[in-house]
Design a binder for this molecule. Structure first.
Ligand code: ADP
Ligand code: MG
Length: 266
């Protein structure tokens, strides 16, 4: 097997015996009770489960926002379960793109500046003089603009969040998640605040990105939304109860073509 073939066979993420307990003693909450999960490059996975089943806890652990009580977590082969806060932040910034239900955009900042943010937090490129700083600055704006263009908002770079529709705001958030070229996109209820048509448009974007090779993991309690993924995992009481391929996968592009035409701002 070639070296690249070997790399391709390593899961993007692999967890074993993942346990998360909040509090201790009588007050202990066993949010995750031993989760085993491998996700490979190019997968699109939906995590489902009723409220309190452990979805957000799992997302926080996979997203390096929190550390497990026990168990192992390999992210692209690197053991991240034992990293300290600073190390976790570094891995998170480099490898993970987050999308949330509430978009979490800065309201007084343009779409472009919102997308630039993760680049400003990332470790600065090695520079030797002022000239290369100017180049680095320019490339930050350019990279942000490229990410906005990728989500179909290249012409909205100067708009502020309150000048954009909900769907457009979520696209800005997705551009922000993509700008560091992460290994995996983690989305927690990304369509929770959106109407049906806009939700399908956002799922079309995720499916497009997945077609281009992005690994996508989305959390949803909506069965309709989960069916856009290739694989569905159901959590119950802190364990994986079901892990199956989606049989009749929904294709957002086709569904949007079938919807009645409407005057659209997008
Ligand atoms: P879901 O996202 O599926 O609704 P969560 O992962 O948020 O589930 O929660 C799983 C369990 O852990 C729930 O019983 C919840 O009350 C508990 N829990 C979540 N976060 C905390 C926390 N920070 N402290 C204590 N208990 C928590
Ligand atoms: Mg939750």
């Amino acid at each position: 097997m070639s070296v690249s073939g070997l790399a391709a066979s390593i899961p993007v993420l692999s967890v074993k015996g993942l346990v998360k307990t909040y509090g201790r003693g009588e007050n202990a909450v066993h949010a995750l009770r031993g989760v085993e999960l491998d996700i490979h490059r190019g997968e699109m996975v939906a995590i489902m489960g009723s409220s309190g089943s452990g979805k957000s806890t799992l997302m926080n652990l996979l997203g390096c926002l929190d550390r497990p009580t026990a168990g192992s977590y390999l992210l692209e082969g690197e053991d991240v379960a034992g990293l300290d806060r600073d190390q976790l932040a570094e891995v998170r910034n480099r490898r993970i793109g987050f999308v949330f239900q509430s978009f979490n955009l800065l309201s007084r900042t343009s779409a472009l500046e919102n997308v630039e943010l993760p680049l400003l937090y990332a470790s600065p490129p090695r520079q030797t003089n002022g000239a290369s700083t100017a180049v680095a600055q320019e490339s930050i704006a350019e990279r942000a603009k490229r990410a906005l263009t990728l989500v179909g908002l290249g012409d909205r770079a100067r708009h502020h969040p309150n000048q954009l529709s909900g769907g457009q705001q979520q696209r800005v958030a997705i551009a922000r998640a993509l700008v560091n070229e992460p290994s995996i996109l983690l989305a927690d209820e990304p369509t929770g605040n959106l109407d049906t048509r806009t939700s399908i448009e956002i799922m079309r974007l995720f499916q497009d990105l997945n077609e281009k090779g992005m690994t996508v993991l989305l959390i949803t309690h909506e069965h309709d939304i989960a069916e856009y993924a290739k694989r569905v995992i159901v959590l119950a009481d802190g364990r994986i109860r079901e892990d199956r391929a989606v049989e009749k996968r929904r294709v957002a592009t086709d569904e949007l073509l079938a919807l009645p035409v409407e005057t659209e701002v997008m």
